[in-house]
Design a protein around this ligand. Structure first.
Ligand code: F2R
Ligand code: MG
Ligand code: MG
Length: 328
């Protein structure tokens, strides 16, 4: 793929799209789609939550930590540095996954990161934690899918030893990287998915099958039971990354509608909306975020304005990497 000039607004959109999706979906995380419908109809506003409306969870915190680590290592993955930064931002009030609680204990006991990641579950975690934080990787390698995939897998390995979690993180990073350079005026959902499919390694059969379903299900988007049954809405990476992509390509014309739909599917709502938000934000740019959502976002330390500044630094590094033709 040709190098395309990077769009600052879109790069910031990938970061803030993650943040907004996380905050919008968080209050109903774990609910069924029918309970959400009964209680709220649609979640179109930042509704009350434990730490307040518009607050973020582990999805945004780990994205911040990953971005800071990539900046410190000039676009490379330094596993020890990443572990230190993940450990530093860990805050049990922010809804971390069971795997992360266990990893923190293992790291504190001095267990090396590779061994710790292997000890989770049976063969390592296939949770979506490595995919939900991956927007900075897409920004660093905008338009360079193979490089985005490789870096996404490298950062995933630090916490998620299971191949499905690594492949899904690679797919999510590629979706952001592709959305950043895809013109809105000529967007074709089938071409978008075909390009992602072509860039997946042969070993990613589960995700390849899910991508076929993503296209097939578009006409059935209102049948949430069918969408959830076929694509999934839980915390397993291979049953949530394709779902986030589905919300984006079905509602590609509107950042807001894509996120409202992602949340309406229920289940892992903060994370599915965060991943939809990363892709839709990369596609439409930060200006597409509705003002009422923007204004409601948490804005203290590691809040909205800090994340904008962080995204600008990653954007600057991405420009440097592109100019020097660095790895990829
Ligand atoms: N954990 C949550 N939310 C539930 C608690 C929130 C609560 N409302 C609160 O506010 O406190 N959310 C966050 O976790 C997900 C990211 O997950 P991550 O980091 O990948 O975690 P984990 O635990 O490694 O994997 C998630 C679950 O998947 C199942 N699983 C994973 N690998 C498995 C394997 N090899 N075998 C069997 N099951 C496996 C487990 O149930 C894991 O707990 C995001 O939703 C984030 O928002
Ligand atoms: Mg979360
Ligand atoms: Mg979640």
């Amino acid at each position: 793929m040709m190098a395309t000039p990077l769009d600052r607004d879109r790069c910031i959109g990938a970061f803030l799209g993650t943040f907004v999706g996380d905050a919008l979906g968080m209050p109903v995380e774990g609910w069924t789609w029918s309970r959400i419908r009964r209680q709220y109809g649609e979640v179109r506003h930042m509704v009350p939550a434990r730490l307040g409306a518009g607050t973020y969870t582990d999805d945004t915190l780990l994205m911040i930590a990953l971005a800071e680590s990539l900046l410190a290592s000039e676009g490379r993955v330094d596993p020890e540095d990443l572990v230190r930064r993940f450990r530093k931002v860990y805050d049990p009030r922010r809804g971390f996954g069971a795997g992360m609680h266990r990893l923190v204990r293992l790291w504190d006991e001095g267990v090396p990161w590779e061994e710790a990641a292997r000890r989770l579950f049976d063969g390592g975690s296939y949770g979506n934690g490595a995919a939900m934080r991956v927007a900075p990787v897409g920004v660093l390698f905008a338009g360079r899918l193979a490089a985005a995939y490789k870096l996404a897998v490298a950062q995933a390995r630090v916490t998620h030893a299971h191949p499905l979690a690594q492949q899904a993180a690679g797919l999510q990073a590629m979706a952001v990287a592709l959305a950043l350079v895809t013109p809105v005026s000529t967007f074709d959902p089938e071409d978008f998915v075909a390009e992602l499919e072509a860039a997946l390694p042969a070993s990613a059969e589960t995700l390849r099958r899910a991508l076929m379903l993503v296209l097939e299900l578009r006409t059935y988007w209102e049948d949430r039971e069918r969408v959830v049954h076929k694509l999934g809405n839980g915390a397993a990476a291979h049953r949530s990354v394709p779902t986030a992509l589905f919300a984006f390509i079905t509602f590609w014309r509107s950042f807001e509608e894509a996120l409202v739909y992602a949340v309406s599917l229920g289940g892992d709502t903060d994370t599915i909306a965060a991943m939809t938000g990363a892709i839709a934000g990369a596609f439409h740019g930060v200006r597409a975020i509705p003002t009422r959502w923007w204004d409601a976002l948490e804005n203290g330390p590691r809040g909205r304005d800090d994340v904008v500044r962080l995204a600008e630094r990653v954007y600057a590094l991405a420009q440097q990497l592109q100019a020097t033709g660095a790895r990829g």
